[in-house]
Design a protein around this ligand. Structure first.
Ligand SMILES: [Zn+2]
Length: 338
């Protein structure tokens, strides 16, 4: 069955159709019977920790450092849990809610990466829908060696002396990307961060204006995680980042703190950032970190980016309002490689 309705393009919504069977699409009336709804590109979740998804519901009401810092709740939970099953649960939640690309920070060194492969393989449901693609950002256990070509580093203060530099260098040698949590709870050293030559920064809730200008000037990609930050009374500087022309993506962060549902993240963003136009928010969810990822692809530091479409129910006539309406649901997904 075809899909038909408002289709989101780079220039806004146009009436059109999509064939989930063969990926064909067109403007205007569909050439056959069709399911009606809003047709979007699949979402990109630019920052997750899939491994702790099943810890949701068990998370104590504590400060961020006690939850995710070294020896915190999360580390203890991961040590005892079936992490692959937790990753499978996170992937299902992400894909069912329309996400085709996930940038996941994998704790646990080599074993953590294996758990990700196992968790993804166990999510066997996605074969007929097309599988969502996960880009793993590994982290060395004890600082050595980096288990994947991309490095996903914790905050600077949680890194053992020299470990961050070493992992960043290894990622460069492997031809991978370097991503770093930065200035989440408190302001961190811009100079020290830049020494790691990151491609992507996550959070930035406590950056100064000068820091943000320097980050924009360096052309670094930035991922904001508003729901996760709000839990700890934090707020990312999304308006400033967009005004500075920074390449921004949106992430749902720890699976134990927030669902992997990008529609939920979008609706929250609309409440927290009323000055950011809703169509801009939707673009961030669909094409987040676009410049950074395309640049990485051109340099062969990344394989293909997923494409395809998702179909949403349309509880409001205006398609943009429909996307932000809490009644809108993902009816079907078709992920492809483009
Ligand atoms: Zn994170």
């Amino acid at each position: 069955m075809l899909w038909a309705g408002p289709v989101l393009t780079a220039n806004g919504f146009i009436d059109g159709w999509f064939d989930p069977g063969n990926g064909e699409n067109g403007d205007g009336e569909p050439p056959g019977p069709a399911t009606e709804g809003v047709i979007l590109p699949p979402f990109r979740n630019c920052h997750t920790h899939l491994g702790d998804t099943l810890a949701r519901g068990e998370v104590p009401d504590k400060l961020l450092a006690e939850l995710v810092g070294p020896d915190g709740f999360k580390q203890r939970w991961l040590a005892d849990a079936d992490v692959a099953a937790s990753i499978t649960a996170g992937l299902r939640e992400a894909a069912d809610s329309g996400t085709a690309l996930i940038l996941d920070f994998r704790e646990g060194g080599e074993l953590g990466l294996e758990q990700l492969s196992r968790g993804a393989a166990d999510a066997g449901w996605c074969v007929e829908q097309g599988a969502p693609q996960v880009i793993p950002f590994g982290r060395a256990n004890g600082g050595w060696p980096l288990p994947s070509r991309n490095a996903g580093l914790s905050g600077l203060k949680d890194l053992a002396s020299g470990a961050g530099h070493r992992m960043a260098i290894e990622a460069r040698v492997f031809g991978g990307l370097v991503a770093l949590h930065f200035s989440e709870v408190e302001r961190e050293s811009l100079e020290l961060m830049l020494e790691h030559e990151p491609d992507v920064l996550v959070h930035l809730c406590n950056c100064s204006d000068e820091d943000l200008h320097a980050i924009a000037e360096k052309g670094l990609g930035v991922v904001v995680c508003p729901r996760s930050n709000a839990r700890f009374g934090l707020r990312p500087p999304l308006e400033e980042l967009l005004a500075l022309g920074v390449d921004v993506g949106v992430g749902t962060d720890n699976g134990m703190l927030c669902t992997l549902d990008m529609l939920a993240e979008l609706r929250f963003c609309r409440e927290v950032f009323p000055d950011v136009a809703p169509d801009v928010l939707l673009q961030l969810a669909c094409w987040g970190l676009d410049e950074t990822l395309k640049k990485a692809k051109e340099c062969k530091r990344l394989v293909d980016l997923p494409g395809g479409r998702i179909l949403l129910s349309q509880p409001r006539v205006d398609p943009l309002e429909a996307v932000f309406d809490p009644r809108a649901k993902v009816l079907a997904t078709r992920f492809t490689c483009e």
